[in-house]
Ligand binder design. Structure first.
Ligand SMILES: *Cc1c(COP(=O)(O)O)cnc(C)c1O
Length: 381
């Protein structure tokens, strides 16, 4: 067969795109993804049709896979998030959304008559997932911090006490990084004497932060979660979206049995699965180790404190939740929003101090903000 290659014009288009992507990557401060990574050691693996199809813990006749590395990655997260020893299962997903879908699916199979409760500040993908799954749900008020309103949750669960509650908890909301307290939710369930319940924790960004701060927020399996989802491309950083879904194995087995008659362990949401991203996460875990991860969290928190202080010194009403790297801003000059790719929702904007953000970058941001303030103060010519 002829060897096909791109023509020079097409190559040039890719070259131009790369230049543009590099420029756009430099400035952004408004999205929760790290960019301090170098995965060039993994480039040779792009030459193979990697596919981890099926269950990472089951054998498959397809061997062009990275399942062994995927199992190591999932094991690392199971320990980090204090999953019950010998009673957990999980896999590398295409991102936080898939892990959330998986957790809700599991909850629905276990509690078909369940009612899902989730707060106002929950990620937009969750309402869509609930619709896919045909689950009944009720939205609960959020506090200003982004954390769920426990009084509203208690009262609503009490009214619907004939339905087993399925709580979709946020461990770091998208806009303010508000974290629901899993222990407090467990206490309400127990106080209402509800016999059956399920808690899924959406830890997209904060799942990589909470294990490394003191006091450790009540957010994981040991605190009462039944399943968790975390994004790999957010705090850790990855060129391709990815994440990890984790659940209690005893629950997974109950639903896996139901489909065992098709002769396969079709436990994951998709059939074909990415075999490259488990290598990305594996490299990151190996090169950083727990100490490296803790250092990145400490650096990010210090940057957030610094950013908040500098903005407040300018008279900007910036704030952040304790132990969080998201700095919440009121109205932001358009030029700043544009330059730093800041997301805005419900009248608030945020900047997220990921580990790659330096105080020098914050200084540049402050200088731009001052210029924008001065420009706004000038009477129009
Ligand atoms: C980003 C985010 C998600 C979605 O995760 P993806 O990895 O982008 O699919 C879900 N929940 C929260 C709170 C998020 O911030």
């Amino acid at each position: 067969m002829a060897a096909y290659t791109l023509n020079p014009q097409d190559r040039q288009r890719l070259q131009d795109l790369q230049t543009e992507i590099a420029r756009r990557t430099e400035n952004f401060l408004g999205y929760p993804v790290s960019k301090d990574f170098d995965y060039s050691a993994l480039l040779p693996f792009l030459s193979y049709p990697l596919n981890n199809l099926g269950d990472p813990f089951a054998d498959s006749t397809w061997k062009v896979a990275t399942r062994e590395f995927e199992r190591e990655v999932v094991t690392f997260f199971a320990e980090l998030l204090r999953a019950p020893a010998n009673n957990w299962w999980g896999y590398v997903t295409n991102g936080g959304t898939e892990g959330n879908l998986y957790g809700l699916y599991l909850a629905r199979e276990l509690l078909p008559k369940g009612m899902v409760y989730y707060s106002q500040e929950t990620h937009y993908s969750v309402a869509k997932n609930l619709h896919f799954l045909g689950m009944r749900s009720i939205m609960i008020r959020s506090q200003k911090s982004g954390e769920i309103d426990y009084d509203d949750l208690r009262e609503t669960m009490r009214i619907h006490r004939d339905c087993p509650p399925i709580i979709f908890a946020n461990i770091g909301t998208t806009m303010t990084e508000g974290r629901d307290d899993i222990s407090a939710i467990r206490a309400i369930i127990s106080d209402l004497a509800l016999q059956q319940s399920y808690i899924h924790a959406d830890c997209a960004l904060s799942g990589m932060i909470c294990p490394f701060i003191e006091p450790r927020p009540p957010f994981d399996f040991a605190d009462g979660a039944d399943s968790m989802s975390i994004s790999g491309h957010k705090f850790l950083g990855s060129p391709i979206p990815c994440g990890v879904a984790l659940a209690k194995k005893s629950n997974v087995d109950r639903i896996a049995r139901g489909i065992a008659y098709i002769g396969s362990l079709d436990t994951t949401i998709t059939g074909s699965r990415n075999g490259f991203t488990p290598l990305v996460l594996w490299q990151r875990i190996r090169e950083l180790g727990l100490d490296g991860m803790r250092a990145r969290v400490e650096h990010a928190l210090a940057t957030a404190v610094y950013a908040c202080e500098r903005l407040r010194a300018l008279g900007v009403d910036a704030w952040r939740n304790p132990g969080c790297i998201t700095v919440v801003l009121p109205s932001v000059p358009d030029a700043i929003k544009e330059k730093y790719q800041l997301a805005t929702a419900n009248g608030i904007t945020h900047l997220i101090c990921l580990p790659n953000v330096s105080t020098a970058q914050i200084d540049a941001f402050i200088t731009d903000w001052q210029s924008a303030q001065q420009a706004a103060a000038q009477p129009a010519a």
